[in-house]
Structures are given as structure tokens and as C-alpha cells.
Design a protein around this ligand. Structure first.
Ligand code: JFZ
Length: 477
């Protein structure tokens, strides 16, 4: 985990959430703290359980339908911090998009980076083609991160890519058009509360003589006008808000109402506000690289990094192996969630090979196994995730080793085998419904024998795993 995130986690800056999951909140109160970046109710760590309850209105159900089918999207962190690429004046720095705050960089010097932002190698269609090749169905990109620099055409603030850089093109517009052409849903990240360029906004406590801002003034002057701009200019399918420090429910509602008034079909993620507020958001964001331990009825999304950084850092070469990335996708889908996998493009507009190669490998896996992901519901079992145990006198949810995961579709149960059993015998819990037949998605002609009894299932698999990545058994009921 990168140091910034470690610091944030230590500061209790885990995700929001869930006053509406009474069990979960009760079990979590010990971990709740106020973090230095806001007044969020924070939950130190998600440690299950919850199936929660989810009673969407007809309108909400319609709005979220594509997202529940889609399962897999690309996250992109791209901005002035990409020029730094993990360095400041030749010195290696931590933090990526957070480096400016973590190292209290002089704001004027950071702003000056804009003059050198000229991503001449940026090609929206290439990026979106890669998204497609990865088998992803949507993207979310930073229209404005905490640094306050707008990566879109903005009249509301001159601190933007059209007015402030030699590039003078609007990459958000180009990406939106490429997404429409190629059938990819287009989402925008907007840091609505935290803006280190603005003395009135949340977050910059080092440049303007200490924080004594006026949150409402910032919202009226910059955030709301810019959110209006991005909704009008790009009709995003998702508005991905983040770090709601300083957001009261009234402020969050203002943001949400504005979005709904311009793009009523757009989805809003839960980081718009620090806890549940009916109608304000559509789906939950879990902690970074850290999904939920159990199945959740409420639509949710795990966002994760491909290496250890959100924004591009030249020195971060700790790319995760493909099977780890795939595990996150499969695990999220088996728990009724989505996976938003992040890529950090370079300042000149490239998605480098270490990212692209892995993405294409996932895409190749999905070409064979996609029917066990897209449009699927979560597990047919539920006991595989773990169970409660008493740890140091406290009842806790303890995760089981993830040897397999299950996803479902009408008349079908998929078993994603993550750890191939050495003796070829995979033992599973009991399954409702009588099994007609079963086969591996990578070899549909060869039937797999499954013994079914009230005690459970015993699958007789080939002694060697056919695919080095997850192998999926399709069971027809
Ligand atoms: C936030 C941002 O601050 C960060 O720069 C990045 O954009 C990331 C996707 O989101 O960071 C967070 C927010 C919440 C958690 C972790 C990192 N969390 O709840 O664990």
C-alpha cells in the first residue's frame, strides 16, 4: 500500500458508511474516528458482515441496471501530478496525487506545472480501445482531483487544461466522444469537498495561513458551477465524488440535486457524503483495494490500483500479478459488487505497457469466462467467505482462505476455482436444485463429474489446472 494511503488508513480515513446497516455500524463503532481531512464518520476497517437491505425505487433500479451488468470498469488518475511522476525537483517523493499536501509543496510552484502539461501522445480512441480490450464496460476519470486543477473546459475557474496549459484541448470531451463511439459508459471523478487550490475549500492547511475557509463560499463559487459544467458538457454516466470532508447533508444534497436535475440517469457514488442519506447516492464505494468481506445487497464497487499508486509514478513498478487483479474482480462479483481498476497515464498521454499488458490478459480471460462475470448475481452459497469466531474475547468475522468463488445466472452456477486442488477433488457446500451437467468454460465439450448430496458437492476435476488463471466450472441446473 502506498504511504499516503497507509497514513490515511491510520488516520481512520477508511470509508464512510453505513448508518443504514445497523449490525455493521454497531460492530464498527470502536474504529470510528474523526479524521484530519474532514468530519466523516469513519470506519477503521470493514470486517463484515452484512447483506444489508436494499429497497430501491423503480427509478433507482432502472438507473443502476447497466452498472450491475457491467461489473468491470477502468479508473484513471490523470492530472498535473502526473507530470511529477513521483518526483519533485529531482527527488523521489511519495504520495502521487497527494504529494502536494503530504510534502506541503509551495502552491505557486505546483500551479506552474500547468505550463508544462502537453500530453501530445494522448489519443482518446486508443485509451478507450484498451478499455474494451480489457473487457471493461465503463470508465471513470479525474475531471478534478484534490489539487483543484480542472482537466476539462471550465468557465468557472481559469485553473484548467484549456486556459492553463499549452495543450488547449479538452481530453474529457475527446474521451466522452470515444466512449460513445465504442460503447463504453463514461464517468467523471470530481473532488467536490477537497480543493487544495482554494483557501475556502477543504484540505489546504499549509498555503493560506492555516485553514479558515468558508466551505459554502467555495461550493457556490467553484464546485457547484463546475459540477454543473461537467454534467452539461459531458452528460456523464457516473459522478464519482470523493473525500467528503466538510460535507453536511444539506451540502451533499445540493450537489446530488444539481446532478439529478441535469443528468437524471447518472449514478452517484457514496463518497459524496459520509453516511447514508436516502436518494443522495446510488451505490457504495468500498475502501481502496479492499472489497467487502461478504455479500452485499446494496450495489457496490471496489476501486483498486494496478500497482500501488493511483497517479502515475515512475518508480512504482510494483505491478500486481494478473491473478491478484482477477481475484478482486471475481471476488467483488461473487459479493454482488463491481471492480473499478485504476490506471495512471503518463503526463504525455500514454498508458504504459506494464498496465496495458495486464489489462489485455484480463480481457483475454474474460473472452473465455465473461459469461461468469457480466450480468451475474453473487454467490449461490455464501458460507465460503468466512464465519464468526471469538477473537480476543470479541466476536469477529474471520475470512476463510479464498480457494473458490461462485457467481450465478438463471439456471446456472459458476464456480471460479482460484486454488486448483492437488487431488482434483473440489468439495463445495450443498446446492439447491438438481445439477444437470457441468463443464469448464475453457473446454465446453468435456463434462465434469459432480457428485451431489445433501452434504454438498464433490467435483472431479482434471488433475492439472488447464488455465494458469482462474478456471471456471459452469454448472447447469
Ligand atoms: C481517495 C483519494 O484521496 C485518492 O487520491 C484516490 O483518488 C482514491 C481513489 O480516493 O482516497 C481514499 C479514499 C477513501 C479510502 C482510501 C483512499 N478508504 O476509505 O479506504
Amino acid at each position: 500500500m502506498n504511504i499516503m494511503l497507509m497514513l490515511m488508513k491510520r488516520a481512520g480515513f477508511s470509508l464512510l458508511l453505513l448508518s443504514f446497516f445497523p449490525i455493521l455500524v454497531k460492530g464498527q463503532q470502536a474504529g470510528s474516528k474523526t479524521n484530519p481531512y474532514g468530519e466523516m464518520t469513519t470506519l477503521a476497517q470493514f470486517s463484515g458482515p452484512s447483506t444489508g437491505t436494499y429497497h430501491p425505487s423503480e427509478e433507482e433500479r432502472k438507473r443502476i441496471a447497466w452498472f450491475r451488468e457491467a461489473k468491470f470498469g477502468m479508473f484513471m488518475h490523470w492530472g498535473l501530478y502526473s507530470i511529477m511522476a513521483g518526483y519533485w525537483k529531482g527527488e523521489k517523493v511519495t504520495g502521487g496525487e497527494w504529494a502536494i499536501k503530504m510534502h506541503k509543496l509551495p502552491i505557486e510552484e505546483y500551479r506552474a506545472l500547468a505550463k508544462g502539461f502537453n500530453p501530445t501522445r494522448f489519443d482518446a480512441n486508443d485509451w478507450v480501445s484498451l478499455i474494451k480490450a480489457a473487457g471493461m464496460k465503463y470508465m471513470v476519470i479525474t475531471a478534478k482531483h484534490h489539487d483543484g486543477f480542472a482537466m476539462f473546459n471550465s468557465k468557472a475557474s481559469p485553473y484548467n487544461i484549456m486556459d492553463g496549459t499549452p495543450f488547449k484541448r479538452d481530453p474529457m470531451l475527446e474521451l466522452k466522444e470515444a466512449c460513445h463511439l465504442q460503447g463504453i459508459k463514461f464517468g467523471l471523478y470530481y473532488s467536490h469537498a477537497q480543493d487544495w487550490n482554494e483557501p475556502d475549500a477543504y484540505g489546504n492547511d499549509w498555503s493560506f495561513g492555516g485553514y479558515k475557509g468558508d466551505m459554502d463560499a467555495y461550493l457556490e463559487k467553484k464546485a457547484l458551477p463546475q459540477i454543473k459544467e461537467i454534467c452539461e458538457q459531458y452528460q456523464p454516466d457516473i459522478l464519482w465524488f470523493d473525500t467528503p470532508g466538510g460535507m453536511t447533508i444539506e451540502r451533499a444534497k445540493k450537489v446530488s440535486d444539481l446532478v439529478r436535475s441535469i443528468v437524471p440517469d447518472a449514478l452517484i457514488n457514496s463518497r459524496i457524503f459520509s453516511s447514508n442519506a436516502p436518494g443522495i447516492w446510488d451505490y457504495m464505494s468500498s475502501g481502496d483495494n479492499d472489497g467487502f468481506p461478504q455479500y452485499h445487497q446494496v450495489p457496490w464497487e471496489l476501486c483498486g490500483t494496478l500497482n500501488k499508486s493511483w497517479a502515475y509514478k515512475r518508480w512504482d513498478t510494483a505491478f500486481r500479478p494478473v491473478n491478484e487483479l482477477l481475484y478482486h474482480l471475481i471476488d467483488a462479483v461473487s459479493k454482488n459488487g463491481n471492480y473499478l481498476l485504476n490506471v495512471g497515464p503518463t503526463a504525455d498521454g500514454q498508458i504504459l505497457d506494464p498496465y496495458a499488458i495486464r489489462l489485455r490478459q484480463i480481457g483475454d480471460w474474460l473472452k473465455v469466462n465473461g459469461e461468469a462475470i457480466y450480468g451475474c448475481s453473487g454467490t449461490a452459497f455464501g458460507t465460503e467467505f468466512g464465519d464468526y469466531a471469538t477473537v480476543e474475547g470479541k466476536k469477529k468475522f474471520v475470512a476463510s482462505p479464498a480457494n473458490w468463488r461462485s457467481t450465478t445466472k438463471s439456471g446456472k452456477v459458476y464456480i471460479h476455482v482460484l486454488n486448483w486442488p492437488a487431488d482434483g477433488r473440489l468439495v463445495l457446500p450443498p446446492l439447491k436444485g438438481k445439477i444437470k451437467n457441468a463443464f469448464l468454460l475453457s473446454n465446453r465439450n468435456k463434462k465434469i463429474t459432480i457428485e451431489q448430496s445433501a452434504d454438498g458437492l464433490v467435483c472431479h476435476l482434471p488433475s492439472k489446472a488447464p488455465d494458469a488463471l482462474a478456471n471456471v466450472i459452469c454448472i447447469n441446473l
